[in-house]
Design a protein around this ligand. Sequence first.
Ligand code: PGA
Length: 254
Amino acid sequence: MRQKIVAANWKMNMYYMSGIKLISEIVPLIADEVKGDVKVIIAPPFIHLHSAAQLMYGSKKVFLGAQNCFFEEKGAYTGEISAAMLASLGVQYVIVGHSERRNFFNEDDVIISKKIFRVLEDNMQVIYCCGETSVQREAGKHKDVVAKQIETALFWLSKERMQKIIIAYEPVWAIGTGVNATPEQAQEMHAFIRSLIEKKFGAGLAQETSIIYGGSVTPVNAKSLFSCPDVDGGLVGGASLISSDFISIVKAGE
Ligand code: PGA
């Protein structure tokens, strides 16, 4: 059975105290209310990581993620945070390739591949984001775009390292817009991504790889998206900032 995963991407939201409050609400709610085998990953801004690690300590369901890291090991890179620093705090997952980092911070395939290498090197797992723009979808190029993103970022990995990758399909037009992909659109793309993984790494690994959906997931649409056979949960932005909404979405992944 593939692991179901619901991950929270807080992006650049929540001041220190409000972030602590949110994690303090979420962790016990998940312990009390979520009975199924769904893994929850919370990726807050860096400032919250240390306290979040303490608040999640001992939880069997909630794990700590980071939204970014630098690809160099250490040294004179003012303002950057290394993967090893994150690992030293108890971070187990790092989001790489998010469209906001590709667009606003010019992260290209080379940078993304170096980050993936570094995160895996430091024994954490990667949540690798891919997805097309609305222009690309309207031109019928969405599968080509996603195939290229998957191939360039992941196809150089060994089979062993590929097992540490969670894929997040996040159509750019669905992120933060309130317009989610339909379950049919998500299922079609997830099955396509799984077929790419199968061709390169074999059927066993393709069946084990969790492919989660991101882009305007809400308590209302989560169940229909997560029920698709190839959709193994979600990466949630806006709706992860309200504890009751996030818990409902996690429960939809049970
Ligand atoms: P959203 O963001 O849920 O606010 O659309 C998802 C994401 O970018 O990970």
